[in-house]
Design a protein around this ligand. Structure first.
Ligand code: SF4
Ligand code: SF4
Ligand code: SF4
Length: 272
């Protein structure tokens, strides 16, 4: 595949989703939503090919701010995991459910954890912090993500079982409070563990979907072993501790790769 076609291919993929959902749901919003995201991703890919240093961050900020401010705060859609449960329980196949299906469940089969590298509004802020690569050993506290996952489910289930009125309003406030909590915990952990992505590694409940799906991802960083000189630079710069020189699906932390391409950029022999 010719590299310079990549931005157009990305845009075409998102436009296909945009038009399909627009027609299937008879709702112009989906055309706007996925076209915007497609343009942001195509722009980031284009800048990456032009070797612009902050290409990934451009896409991450364009998509992250749009979801947080426009979808979350202005349109009142809870895009956090509790919003996913909420819309699932109500049987409404709306923005939050589609968002999870496209970005975090089925999309991960194609793009792996691309969501985490290019779109997440939590990581968009955490990536401004000073610890861009993790130099501390992994902590054995990954189980926390499952606890957060279950709590989010129980929280929404309890609201329905107790027949609480005006759940939509509660969901809106849950989105605001949840985000403030995520940012506070994420920033505190980043400084505590000297690792910007500590929140992603140990706390984030979305990874319960993302990790198993990205195991099968079509897009992956692969290593040409004939070119690799085992210098170890790729592992040193990786924010997610991926053993990227191992091509097997079972490579260490393989389902953590956020496709940031730092390893590729830093490989002195072009092996990745
Ligand atoms: S792991 Fe969670 S917080 Fe981190 S980038 Fe992915 S979705 Fe965002
Ligand atoms: S540095 Fe490479 S292996 Fe690590 S997360 Fe980024 S793309 Fe994936
Ligand atoms: S940076 Fe490149 S050459 Fe060095 S270990 Fe990684 S893949 Fe091999």
């Amino acid at each position: 595949m010719k590299k310079h076609l990549l931005p157009i291919i990305m845009l075409a993929i998102f436009e296909t989703v945009a038009v399909t959902l627009w027609l299937a749901m008879d709702n112009l919003f989906y055309l706007f939503n996925f076209s915007y995201i497609g343009i942001a991703i195509a722009l980031g890919t284009f800048l990456f090919l032009k070797k612009y240093k902050h290409a990934r961050r451009v896409t991450q900020l364009l998509v992250g701010i749009y979801i947080l401010i426009y979808l979350g705060l202005i349109s009142g859609e809870n895009m956090q995991i509790e919003g996913f449960w909420y819309y699932l329980f109500t049987g409404v196949f709306e923005a939050a459910t589609i968002h999870y299906a496209v970005a975090k469940i089925f999309g991960a089969l194609i793009f792996g954890r691309g969501w985490c590298g290019y779109a997440c509004w939590t990581a968009m802020v955490l990536d401004f912090l000073p610890y861009k690569t993790s130099n501390t050993p992994r902590k054995r506290i990954e189980w926390i993500r499952y606890v957060v996952f279950v709590i989010s489910f129980l929280f929404v289930a309890a609201l329905f079982l107790a027949h609480v009125g005006n759940i939509e309003k509660i969901m809106f406030w849950a989105f605001i409070v949840g985000n403030i909590l995520y940012y506070a915990v994420g920033i505190a952990l980043a400084f505590l563990f000297k690792d910007n992505r500590a929140f992603c590694k140990y706390i984030c409940p979305i990874t319960v979907f993302l990790k198993p799906m990205s195991y099968f991802s079509i897009f992956r960083i692969k290593c040409d072993e004939s070119k690799c000189i085992s210098c170890g630079k790729c592992k040193k710069v990786c924010p997610m501790d991926v053993n990227v020189t191992d091509n097997s699906r079972k490579r260490e932390n393989g389902t953590e790769c956020i496709l940031c391409f730092k390893c590729v950029k830093n490989c002195p022999t072009g092996a990745l």
